[in-house]
Design a binder for this molecule. Structure first.
Ligand code: GLP
Length: 271
């Protein structure tokens, strides 16, 4: 695992978008794993900017989202399909048929989950998985006690997740308490993983996830098993990390990071 600390949330999101853009330029048929949540909005706004200003090309790429609520139609503003269309897909040149989310409306949910896994396999697997972290350490919707080898499946959301995420719904009662999510095992199968963590509220869970013991109580801690996992945090989220000096030194001197040390001015994007 590599950990990079950036001065603020904008810079952290810009670095993540730049790493994704580099992977896409190197392999136009990239299979991307995508995440939702407030943290990712900035990343997507930068990718849209790169598409508009630098012609970043999504025409051949395929995407798989981590999760989707059960029972919400795509046109529901709380659904993750709606989120993805709003923040990314409608603004870039991706073929919408190449964008996949678990089917939370399926009559047979276990069958839909198996199909999702199969479709990922058929595309050759996820090249680069983008991740955020929930306050309880979830990745995707892998709540505490999710098996470290779990696959895509239906889950009950934790009350703490419902409390946080229901603020994104017009009426909190509209928020489903179940979702489909890629499993921890599905996520660990991605060839590379990029975890973005920003803000003081995530400082405690980030330290536990990356410097604490691996435990199914904190799904993100399973990323310690991943051979190519980069964690990008801002100062606020990094505040409780014991190894800060080492992480800063590695980023400052490792030749692999050279092109990302001075990314220049970050574009101002109207929200
Ligand atoms: C949701 C998503 C996660 C995401 C998390 C963090 O629960 N299922 O994939 O990482 O939110 O969201 P935020 O960035 O809003 O803190």
């Amino acid at each position: 695992m590599e950990l990079v600390i950036q001065s603020d949330a904008e810079r952290a999101a810009w670095l993540v978008a730049s790493l994704m853009a580099k992977a896409l330029r190197r392999k136009p048929q990239l299979v991307l794993g995508l995440a939702t949540g407030r943290t990712m909005e900035q990343v997507y706004s930068y990718l849209v900017h790169m598409h508009r200003k630098e012609g970043l090309d999504f025409s051949l790429c395929r995407t798989f989202n981590l999760d989707e609520y059960i029972g919400l139609p795509p046109e529901h503003p709380g659904s993750y399909r709606y989120y993805m269309n709003r923040h990314l897909f409608t603004h870039i040149n991706i073929d919408r048929r190449n964008t996949y989310l678990p089917d939370g409306l399926a009559g047979d949910l276990p069958a839909a989950c198996c199909r999702y896994e199969e479709t990922i396999r058929e595309t050759g697997g996820i090249d680069l998985q983008l991740l955020g972290i929930g306050a309880d350490g979830h990745i995707g919707f892998n709540e505490p006690l999710s098996a470290l080898r779990s696959r895509t499946r239906a889950v009950m959301l934790d009350p703490s997740t419902i409390a946080v995420n229901s603020t994104l719904f017009n009426q909190s009662s509209e928020m489903p308490n179940r979702a489909l999510t890629m499993g921890v095992g599905t996520i660990l199968d991605a060839r590379a993983v990029l975890l973005l963590v920003t803000g003081k509220a995530k400082a405690d869970i980030l330290a536990k996830a990356v410097e604490g013991p691996v435990t199914s109580m904190i799904s993100a801690s399973a990323l310690q098993f991943h051979p190519a996992c980069q964690v990008i945090a801002d100062e606020a989220a990094a505040e409780r990390l014991l190894g800060q000096d080492h992480y800063r030194r590695a980023f400052a001197h490792d030749p692999d990071w050279q092109e990302f040390r001075n990314l220049g001015p970050i574009p101002k994007i109207a929200s």
